[in-house]
Design a protein around this ligand. Structure first.
Ligand code: ZN
Length: 399
């Protein structure tokens, strides 16, 4: 069964290579482009990569092939692909190690979930023509970003610290793969200085927000991680909005690591109307945006690999700070120009949120209190919930 799948996979691969564009931006021989990786992972042949499916096995084989070019197995005694797989009862994490130099026993973890909903009950919008949630933005794009970041770093030689690459399974079933890892860590969690997580990349929320993307949770690593993240966002042309951990709503694998006292940042584009639908396909991915997101992630990962200002896990951080209001204001303001896309009652709420947010910013940091925190959290989750109800229109008919 497994051999048949792999044979089918190779045939698919050859077929896709034939019509793939480029393979620029790397000096690793045979390494495919970001586009090719997203296209392969989000292909119908992989069936949406639901855990324990045939498509999931194809994805594991593909990820193994790519990781083996740039990283070592995490279980060196095991043969071939098995050296890269961490099996658990309902899934398989794909993991790899890039050994560091001087500080080889300190680790920067970089990862994304590779599983998706396939054609399960959560997958929405199924038709006779298309009944697969291919999960291109969520999270083929995140996985491709991880591999591309690691590849560019490896191309420069041995990093100072080691890199653990974690491609999780079972995220969509409740962060199950990441949870299994923290209960069975391959490398000590206390020597894992930061986890850099990607979930939903290259996605657009509104025409007015195409240049925005989100980085969540830097305060979990204290001032050192906040400052490193702030510097990293200068590496791209995007407006990267930095928000406290609570705005990520514990919704991706980073939450498992922060629960285990590992500092983490979470790169995301939040949920648009394509989320968990059959329309989350390759053509929903904004590749120029994804390339910019990779630049930010690369800058942050490179700094974490060398820095002497190591992030220190901070569980004293307040749930939200004044800076969250300052970061949210421009994005909420920009979204007003697309408010006509919202249902009428949501338009009123969005306008009220903008007024409240402006008042919080105007009142200054001294006045920032629990009521202000409540306003931010309620307003932000209302916006995310509303955006998710809009029609899937990835490029938002602006051209
Ligand atoms: Zn996801």
């Amino acid at each position: 069964m497994r051999n048949k799948i792999i044979t089918a996979f190779m045939a698919t691969l050859v077929a896709i290579v034939g019509c793939s564009d480029d393979s620029e931006n790397t000096s690793i021989e045979g390494a495919p482009s970001v586009f090719f990786m997203v296209e392969t992972l989000a292909s119908d042949e992989m069936g949406g990569r639901d855990n324990l499916s045939a498509g999931s096995l194809l994805a594991q084989s593909f990820l193994y092939e790519e990781l083996a070019k740039i990283a070592e197995p995490i279980f060196p005694a095991a043969q071939g692909i098995e050296g890269y797989l961490q099996h658990y009862d309902v899934g398989t994490n794909v993991l790899a190690l890039v050994p560091g130099g001087e500080l080889a026993d300190e680790y920067v973890m970089i990862g994304a979930h590779y599983d998706g909903h396939g054609s399960d009950d959560v997958c929405a919008g199924k038709t006779a023509e298309d009944d697969i949630c291919n999960g291109a933005n969520d999270n083929a794009a995140g996985v491709a970003a991880v591999i591309d970041v690691v590849r560019s770093i490896v191309a420069d030689g041995v990093p100072r610290r080691s890199i653990i690459v974690t491609l999780w399974d079972g995220e969509e079933d409740g962060l199950v793969g990441a949870q299994y890892y923290v209960e069975n860590p391959v490398f000590p969690l206390e020597q894992t200085i930061t986890y850099v997580n990607f979930d939903i990349q290259g996605a657009n929320l509104l025409p007015s927000l195409r240049n925005y993307t989100i980085l969540v949770g830097a305060e979990t690593g204290g001032a050192n991680l906040v400052e490193a993240s702030d510097r990293a966002r200068e590496a791209s042309s995007l407006d990267t909005v930095m928000l406290s951990l609570i705005f990520g709503q514990g919704r991706s694998d980073h939450a498992v690591l922060t629960d285990s006292s590992v500092p983490a940042v979470f790169f995301t584009d939040a949920n648009n109307g394509c989320y968990h639908t059959v329309k989350d396909d390759i053509d929903a991915v904004d590749f120029p945006k994804l390339e910019q997101q990779i630049l930010t992630a690369q800058a942050l990962t490179r700094e974490l690999l060398v820095t002497d200002d190591v992030p220190v896990f901070n569980d004293e951080a307040p749930p939200s700070v004044y800076e969250d209001a300052e970061e949210l204001l421009p994005i909420v303001e920009a979204a007003q120009s697309d408010i006509g896309r919202f249902p009428p009652e949501a338009q009123v709420t969005a306008e009220e949120f903008l007024i409240d947010l402006q008042a919080i910013v105007d009142a200054g940091p001294e006045a920032f209190d629990t009521a202000a925190v409540g306003t931010l959290l309620v307003g932000a989750s209302f916006l995310v919930a509303t955006l998710r109800t809009l029609e899937c229109d990835p490029f938002l008919a602006d051209g």
